[in-house]
Design a protein around this ligand. Structure first.
Ligand code: BG6
Ligand code: MG
Length: 220
């Protein structure tokens, strides 16, 4: 029986991808190169450190570990400046409503995000009170597609993974949920999120009926 929903943050609850993109682009430009919006897709769901490695690879730039730490810190400073100005209007359509519906139905809710800035974002957009547990990049050692973040989310709720449904927009996130033995609802395109048990364009298309119907879906 499904007892909880675990949500990814970026691209599921809020569209912060655009802020990540702007900040990484600014960093790349300062280093003397650029990357495309298409390449940016590969950064979704990926940790800050791994994102920087990918970007430096695209620019054929080599940096020491200390330099990489400084670059990631610089990018994060710009990113935090942007998310500190976020408004509740930046919540993706249907996200708040589905959180409310799920909680009213007695389901538990948790966040399972790679971001180390999730508390700031949820506070800025006023969604913090709608989560029973927050697990993010500050609490895990392994990045998605490793299931650690979702397993810790289930644990924080006192539930078994099979009792939780994950909502994810990134391929790595869908893989992580499956690796953790959870049902997963993909947010985006079925052509991209092929391993998800159900794919919807956004949480505005989610209902409790669709959630409970996942119990009878068998996809591996
Ligand atoms: C994920 C985003 O949610 O968080 C990634 O999809 C991002 O693009 C990652 O790199 C880490 O975020 P932060 O806020 O800790 O730099
Ligand atoms: Mg995401």
């Amino acid at each position: 029986m499904i007892k909880a929903c675990i949500f990814d943050l970026d691209g599921v609850i809020v569209d912060t991808a655009v802020y990540h993109y702007q900040a990484w682009k600014r960093l790349a430009n300062e280093l003397g190169f650029d990357f495309t919006e298409h390449q940016n897709e590969q950064l979704k769901g990926v940790s800050r450190v791994r994102s920087l490695e990918l970007i430096l690879g695209w620019g054929n730039v080599t940096k020491t570990t200390a330099e990489q730490t400084e670059l990631a810190t610089r990018k994060n400073k710009w990113y935090v400046e942007m998310i500190n100005r976020m408004q509740p209007s930046e919540i993706l359509p249907g996200a708040k409503e589905f959180l409310q519906v799920a909680r009213a139905a007695g389901l538990k809710t948790a966040l399972g995000s790679a971001s180390k800035n999730s508390a700031t974002i949820l506070e800025r957009v006023g969604l913090l009170p709608l989560f029973n547990a927050i697990v993010d990049g500050n609490h895990v050692t392994a990045s998605k597609p490793d299931p650690e973040v979702f397993l810790k989310g289930a644990e924080a709720l006192g539930l078994n993974p099979v009792e939780c449904v994950v909502f994810e927009d990134a391929i790595a996130g869908v893989q992580a949920a499956k690796a953790g033995g959870m049902k997963v609802v993909g947010i985006g395109s079925p052509d991209v999120l092929t391993a998800a048990d159900l794919v919807i364009p956004g949480l505005h298309e989610m209902t409790l009926e669709k959630l409970q119907a996942l119990n009878s879906v068998q996809k591996y």
